[in-house]
Design a protein around this ligand. Structure first.
Ligand code: MN
Length: 432
């Protein structure tokens, strides 16, 4: 795709730094707030700056946009613009590359001072108003790891390779990166048969995930075909599905997770569009010979996985106080997932269930085949039997108060600029 061409350069110096997450080929969307009077505005990240897209639309600096698209860009969330589908998004991407290009109108101009905002000077807000949130369980390695801990005789349930397993999550408690996460109370039981007590969770965990924000959905009673499903996705963002393992263990049978998950889910502020990710799509997903056949409604000749490197970093409170950098806890690839977003969407709507603009579908914990690519502490420390040694001398089996979890993600390959996802951060606050 032309807009991913490495040779395109930006007038923003920091976007030319090869290490930046946000070159002109990326342009992820987010919602930022400079001050309360102005309120939340739609922008795109460029280097260490944000282009005020709303301001650019108001000022007439974005050529080729319809009035409808311009009006949608003045809203405090991305829903209205996303709902217009891929064509206006592509037009805007080209217009933004012209505006931010090396020889564009911002060069040596006063307009740049108004439209470019340093990222350090703003607060990021939720990019979408999320109506519904569904969390899947699409990593074979994660499902096998967790299954082997709790059901050694049958790690993978019989349905797992037939359908993308998921559950309906809670949209109201999704927060943007940087929001503190309070340790939840819950029922926990020492033995499988009880008795239970009500107390703060002591097995608090993160889950490294990638989320897809829906641009367009489907009318109730209709389905989205797997081959068209990716067209419904606006873009991808990093997700941390915080999990209270002790609560989960007691409550999950027979209907699945509930309070173990509903207290908080963190999303990164930047949504990377599928257009920016096009060079990093690989044919997939991989299937083994012994796997069951993929049913027709989940089968697409040209389905793809996204080759995103994903990392979890951890900093304890003493580490931060001593200005020690966070420790890398795991690194894996999103290309290792067994089920794709297209298959999750096709399966979700196969009943006629309607998806809507702004819905968030998360992948489930992303774990790879090796111990250092396991995307949760439950797996990384193998239920606490292999604690992590932290640089401040402490050990971690599960999260302690004051711990900060940082998820990062990026795509890179020779011949292309790095496409980064920014960060998804959260710090654990003591139970209240
Ligand atoms: Mn999850």
């Amino acid at each position: 795709m032309q807009t991913c061409d490495k040779s395109i350069r930006s007038v923003v110096d920091s976007a030319e730094d090869p290490s930046t997450d946000f070159p002109i080929q990326n342009l992820p969307f987010g919602v930022f707030e400079r001050d309360a009077r102005e309120g939340p505005r739609i922008g795109v990240a460029i280097g260490d700056q944000i282009l005020d897209v709303a301001g650019a639309a108001e000022g007439g600096y974005l050529g080729g946009l319809s009035d409808g698209a311009k009006n949608a860009l003045l809203k405090p969330v991305l829903n209205d613009f996303a709902a217009m589908g891929p064509a206006p998004r592509m037009n805007l991407r080209r217009a933004l590359q012209t505006l931010l290009g090396l020889d564009g109108p911002l060069r040596g101009s006063q307009i740049a001072k108004r439209l470019l905002v340093p990222q350090r000077d703003v607060e990021m807000r939720m990019p979408f108003a999320i109506g519904d949130y569904t969390d899947f369980y699409a990593s074979l390695h994660h499902a096998t790891n967790v299954g082997s801990m709790f059901r050694p005789n049958q790690p993978l349930m019989p349905n797992w390779k037939w359908l993308p397993v998921g559950y309906h999550g809670r949209a109201s408690s999704i927060v943007v990166s940087g929001t503190p996460v309070r340790r939840p109370y819950g029922q926990v039981a020492k033995a499988d048969e009880g008795p239970a007590v009500f107390q703060p969770s002591v097995l608090l965990d993160y889950e490294l995930e990638v989320g897809a924000f829906l641009a367009t959905g489907n009318p109730m009673g209709s389905r989205i075909a797997v081959g068209r499903a990716l067209e419904c996705v606006f873009g991808l963002a990093l997700v941390n599905d915080w999990s209270a393992r002790d609560v989960q263990k007691w409550e999950y049978q027979p209907l699945g997770p509930f309070n173990a998950k509903n207290f908080a889910t963190t999303v990164a502020p930047w949504v990377v569009t599928t257009e920016a990710l096009e060079p990093f799509m690989l044919p997939g997903p991989p299937r083994q010979k012994e796997d069951p056949p993929t049913l027709e409604y989940l089968k697409s000749g040209d389905d793809v996985v996204f080759d995103i490197t994903l990392e979890v970093w951890l900093a304890t409170q003493p580490m931060r106080e001593k200005r020690m950098p966070p420790m890398l806890v795991s690194r894996g690839s999103f290309a290792d997932m067994y089920w794709t977003f297209a298959q999750m969407i096709a399966h979700h709507t196969s009943t006629g269930c309607n998806l809507r603009t702004g819905d968030l579908l998360a992948s489930g914990t992303v774990s790879g085949p090796t111990p250092d690519s396991r995307g949760s502490l439950l797996e990384r420390t193998w239920r606490g039997t292999e604690p992590l040694k932290m640089p401040d001398g402490s050990e971690r089996k599960f999260l302690q108060d004051g711990d900060e979890v940082i998820i990062r993600g990026f795509c890179s390959k020779p011949g292309f600029r790095k496409i980064g996802f920014g960060e998804c951060r959260g710090t654990i606050a003591a139970a209240g």
